[in-house]
Design a protein around this ligand. Structure first.
Ligand code: ZN
Length: 190
């Protein structure tokens, strides 16, 4: 018996509901034209705080909701799929969401960071850049990273938001902007 066994009844109820039959025309054309990038934190599930329903959005999760190379690769892949298989769109908005009280901030502790780097071989400097210390700043940086990535489809838009774990509220930091635009200021210039 695995931990997931306890949830099998919920799966049977889901299968019985028929909700899974209401699928988008193509799986990379979610109903709400959203590609959400957020933290793995169980308190930060967009199905909960955005009320996502079946097929509404593509959801990518990484520690801190940080935009790493794997996130860029997947995002560029899905954008390319739309260009190649459904060029008429709709093209999605990539919504990056960082949050308060993020577990990534534990890496601000030099001892913990050093121990993790030693245990795994990951670069300590890179780990130091991971924490969403001020989520409104890191989300702005990650939106800029996507907008500047040459791999990303120029047909998509990118927005940035912060979820507050103390209130349940989501606040927009950067409105949706087109890839290739320079409308997102570099936090380093601020
Ligand atoms: Zn987090």
């Amino acid at each position: 018996m695995s931990n997931i066994t306890a949830l099998m009844d919920r799966n049977k109820a889901f299968a019985g509901s028929g909700a899974w039959q209401n699928t988008p025309r193509l799986p990379f054309l979610p109903f709400k034209a959203l590609y959400i990038i957020t933290c793995i934190d169980p308190r930060v599930d967009p199905a909960d705080f955005l009320g996502l329903e079946f097929g509404d959005a593509i959801v990518a999760r990484a520690v801190g909701g940080r935009v790493n190379d794997a996130v860029i690769r997947d995002l560029s892949y899905i954008g390319y799929l739309v260009e190649a298989k459904a060029p008429e769109g709709p093209y999605f908005e990539a919504a990056v969401i960082h949050h308060t009280d993020c577990g990534s901030r534990l890496l601000e502790d030099p001892d913990l960071r050093h121990g993790f780097a030693k245990r795994t071989g990951y670069d300590e400097q890179e780990l130091a850049a991971l924490p969403a210390t001020v989520p409104a700043e890191t989300v702005r940086r990650d939106v800029a990273k996507i907008l500047e990535a040459p791999q990303i489809s120029t047909r998509i838009t990118v927005s940035g938001h912060v979820y507050d774990t103390a209130t349940g509220l989501l606040q927009t930091v950067t409105e949706a902007a087109g890839v290739g635009s320079r409308t997102v200021p570099d936090p380093a210039d601020a």
